[in-house]
Design a binder for this molecule. Structure first.
Ligand SMILES: [Mg+2]
Length: 176
């Protein structure tokens, strides 16, 4: 495992580069925070996160950004057991883990009503392109991860968030 403090410091530094940051960062679980499907495993297993994920979560908390979970896992009991075992569960302001036929639009409706954060102030990471496409449409900056949440995906996410924010501001101020 990579050094948590080193990754955290680098993630904090990356955040310092951007003038605008999201108010809430939302994560999928399977193949986004951890490298497996928890429905295929047992509660007795010892889970681990992707190597750089913990450092990034700590950096977000350090900068006082809220974080939340949007997962379609059919085994929320295993997912929450793993969040407890990893000692990260208390970091999340909203935990939406339930199976759904939608591409997480109902997860985001719940997160929005629980936190009061508008979609345009959210950043979302997921490994499923269907979710990314659908959640982008409601106005959330959404990033497809190929190898879990790492510093590269994190930087890409903040870059895209800042571009989207600028684009929507320009639209608002453009004279008719
Ligand atoms: Mg996933």
């Amino acid at each position: 495992m990579e050094d948590v403090e080193r990754v955290k410091a680098e993630a904090v530094q990356i955040m310092g580069v951007f003038q605008v940051l999201p108010r809430l960062v939302v994560f999928d679980l399977d193949h986004t925070l951890w490298p497996f499907y928890c429905e295929w495993r047992s509660k007795q297993d010892t889970p681990s996160l992707f190597p750089q994920t913990r450092g990034i979560l700590h950096a977000l908390k350090h900068k006082r950004l809220d974080i939340a979970i949007a997962s379609k896992s059919p085994t929320p009991d295993i997912a929450t057991t793993y969040l407890d075992k990893l000692a990260i569960r208390s970091m999340f302001v909203a935990e939406e883990i339930f199976y759904s036929w939608t591409h997480k639009t109902d997860h985001f409706q719940r997160i929005q009503s629980k936190t009061g954060v508008p979609y345009k102030s959210m950043l979302f990471f997921d490994d499923d392109d269907n979710n990314i496409q659908e959640i982008s449409k409601i106005g959330v900056t959404s990033i497809l991860v190929g190898n879990g949440v790492n510093l590269r995906a994190f930087r890409d996410g903040l870059t895209k968030f800042s571009q989207n924010t600028k684009a929507s501001k320009n639209k608002q101020t453009k004279p008719k």
